[in-house]
Design a protein around this ligand. Structure first.
Ligand code: NAP
Length: 317
C-alpha cells in the first residue's frame, strides 16, 4: 500500500480506503463484509469510512464494523483511521437530521456506542445544512475535538462559499479542517473547479467518494444490468435509469483504453482519480473480496502518458 499525507497535516492516509455505505448492512452477508474488512487491513488499507446512516437499516454498518473490530482487529486500534459522519436523516423528529448541535452530538454518541469506539479519528459534517447557522455546526465540530471524541474534522458536500467560511472558522480556533470528501470520478469532475482550488489554498486533503461511479466505471454494466448489482437492488442508490446508452458507450471506450494499459477499467478509473495531485485517497465500496483485490491492484500502475490522458479527455469531456 502507498500512503500520502493528508493536505498539510501530519496524517498519512492509504491511497485506497474502504467505504461501508453499501454491502456492510444487516441486509448483507456478514461473513463477506468481515472478509472484505480483514482483507483490506491485511493489505495496508488503514482507513475505513462510515456514517451514522450506512446500512440498511441505518446504523447497521457501524454495528457490523464494531463487531469485526472487536472480533478480528481488537489489538490494532492504533493502526486504524476510522471515520464517521452525521448530517443526513437518521431518526424521526426535528433532531434526527441536519446540522444542529443537538443532532450532531446525539448522533456522534450513538455512533461511538454502535462501533464500540472511544473516539473517531475523523468526524465529518456529512452535508451543509442551510437551515442551521454555519457557526453552530462548526462550533459543534470544534467541541467534539476538544472533548476528545474525534481527532480530526472533515466536511463533505459543502458549497464552495460555505466551505471557505467553515475552513476559516476552524482555522481560527486551531482545529483546522483535515479533509474534504466529495464525489469525484471520470464521470463526475465538479471538484476540479469547485473544491481543488480551496484544498490547495487551505492545505486540506481531498478524499474521493464513488470513484467508480457506483460501479458504472467497471465492465459490469456493458451488457445489461446483472441481477446482483447495485443498480438491480431495491436498496441500491444507483438507479437503473442512470445506466443510459450514452454512459455505456463512454464506458466501452474507456474500457478499450484500460485494456491497452493492461488494466481493468476499475483499475484505470481509480488510477485516473489518484493521479490528480490534490487527491489524497479514494474510497472504494466493494461487494466482494475479488473486487477489492482488483481495486488494490490499481497501485501497480497509476501513471499515465500525455497521450493516454488526452485520449481519456476526449472520451469524457
Ligand atoms: N460523503 C458522502 O456523502 C458519500 C456519498 C457516497 C459514498 N461515500 C463513501 O464512499 C464510499 C464509496 O462509494 P461507492 O460505494 O459509491 O464507491 P464506488 O467504488 O464508486 O462503487 C462501489 C460499487 O462498484 C462496484 N465495484 C467496486 N469495485 C469493483 C470492481 N473491481 N469490479 C466491478 N465492480 C466493482 C460494486 O458494485 P456492486 O455492488 O454492483 O457489485 C460496488 O458496490 C462509500 O462506501 C462511502 O464510504 C460518501
Amino acid at each position: 500500500m502507498d500512503y500520502k499525507f493528508c493536505g498539510n497535516s501530519g496524517l498519512q492516509l492509504p491511497r485506497i480506503s474502504l467505504g461501508l455505505w453499501h454491502n456492510f448492512g444487516d441486509v448483507d452477508d456478514f461473513s463477506v463484509a468481515r472478509d472484505m474488512i480483514c482483507h483490506a487491513f491485511e493489505h495496508g488499507v488503514t482507513h475505513f469510512d462510515l456514517a451514522n446512516n450506512y446500512g440498511p437499516p441505518p446504523g447497521s454498518a457501524e454495528s457490523n464494523f464494531g463487531k469485526v473490530l472487536s472480533q478480528e482487529l481488537k489489538n490494532h486500534r492504533d493502526e486504524l483511521i476510522i471515520s464517521s459522519k452525521a448530517g443526513h436523516l437518521m431518526w424521526d423528529g426535528p433532531y434526527g437530521d441536519g446540522g444542529s448541535r443537538k443532532y450532531i452530538m446525539a448522533s456522534l454518541n450513538q455512533s461511538l456506542k454502535r462501533t464500540g469506539l472511544e473516539y473517531f479519528d475523523i468526524f465529518y459534517s456529512h452535508r451543509y445544512d442551510p437551515q442551521t447557522p454555519l457557526e453552530e455546526t462548526i462550533q459543534t465540530l470544534i467541541d467534539i475535538v476538544k472533548q476528545g471524541k474525534a481527532l480530526y474534522i472533515g466536511l463533505s458536500k459543502y458549497p464552495p462559499e460555505q466551505a471557505r467560511q467553515a475552513y476559516l472558522m476552524l482555522k481560527e480556533q486551531h482545529v483546522p479542517c483535515l479533509i474534504y470528501q466529495d464525489k469525484y470520478s471520470l464521470l463526475w469532475r465538479h471538484p476540479e473547479t469547485n473544491s481543488f482550488p480551496l484544498m490547495k489554498e487551505f492545505g486540506i486533503g481531498f478524499i474521493a467518494f464513488s470513484p467508480l461511479a457506483q460501479g458504472l466505471l467497471t465492465n459490469k454494466y456493458l451488457n445489461g444490468i446483472p441481477e446482483t448489482s447495485r443498480a438491480a437492488k431495491d436498496h441500491g442508490f444507483l438507479q437503473i435509469n442512470e445506466v443510459t446508452p450514452q454512459v455505456v458507450e463512454k464506458v466501452k471506450k474507456l474500457s478499450g483504453l484500460a485494456q491497452k494499459r493492461g488494466q481493468t477499467l476499475a483499475e484505470m478509473a481509480l488510477a485516473w482519480v489518484l493521479n490528480h495531485e490534490t487527491v489524497t485517497s479514494v474510497i472504494v465500496g466493494t461487494s466482494s473480496v475479488a473486487q477489492l483485490k482488483d481495486n488494490l491492484a490499481t497501485l501497480q500502475n497509476c501513471q499515465f502518458t500525455p497521450e493516454e490522458l488526452s485520449a481519456i479527455e476526449q472520451i469524457i469531456s
